[in-house]
Design a protein around this ligand. Structure first.
Ligand SMILES: *[C@@H]1O[C@H](CO)[C@@H](O)[C@H](O)[C@H]1NC(C)=O
Ligand SMILES: *[C@@H]1O[C@H](CO)[C@@H](O)[C@H](O)[C@H]1NC(C)=O
Ligand SMILES: *[C@@H]1O[C@H](CO)[C@@H](O)[C@H](O)[C@H]1NC(C)=O
Length: 148
């Protein structure tokens, strides 16, 4: 019984360590449908062998009254929880967005994309360049829960 008392906490620590290890090894896959904290939707297609991907972005927020689904083009690194970047070529304005981020598996085993973006407005002249770029963050989760 004295032995049990010493062994049990050790096994608990070991199993917690294995669970934590398991999550950081889990693979996060960009392909699929995502939604972000603003209600925007994004679909990313199959990855090419070199990590390049394309997809579509449907924003929930815009400075223009009209919103259309717009194409995106990006690439990712080859790791289990990869860093990535993509450009959105907005089809309904003369503006451009670039996103960069990382695909994580969180503590609950759910995939999450943590991103930062730059949003480039069209300035009329170089004198108006100074205030033409906005910066922000977005967190994406799967639009539909993946089958495990
Ligand atoms: C994103 O998709 C959901 C589910 O299909 C839909 O309810 C929502 O309106 C979409 N968002 C936009 C900005 O279209
Ligand atoms: C970018 O958007 C423009 C304007 O809508 C469109 O003509 C062009 O084909 C798009 N290019 C890419 C690479 O998506
Ligand atoms: C940026 O500042 C210029 C004045 O330098 C102003 O005319 C313009 O409307 C501003 N643009 C934005 C997007 O606020």
């Amino acid at each position: 019984p004295a032995e049990m008392v010493r062994v049990t906490p050790f096994l608990l620590v070991l199993s917690l360590a294995l669970v934590a290890q398991g999550l950081s090894d889990r693979k996060c896959v960009l392909t699929g449908q995502w939604k972000n904290d603003l209600g925007s939707n994004m679909t990313i297609g199959e990855l090419q062998g070199n990590g390049a991907f394309s997809g579509t972005y449907l924003t929930a927020v815009s400075m223009s009254p009209k919103i259309l689904e717009s194409p995106l083009l990006g690439s990712q690194q080859h790791t289990n929880q990869p860093t990535f970047g993509f450009t959105v070529n907005w089809t309904f304005t003369d503006t451009t967005s670039v996103f960069t981020g990382q695909c994580f598996v969180d503590d609950e085993g759910k995939e999450v994309l943590k991103t930062m973006w730059l949003f480039r407005l069209h300035a009329d002249s170089v004198q108006n360049n100074w205030n033409a770029t906005l910066i922000g963050t977005n967190t994406f989760t799967r639009l539909h829960r993946q089958k495990q």
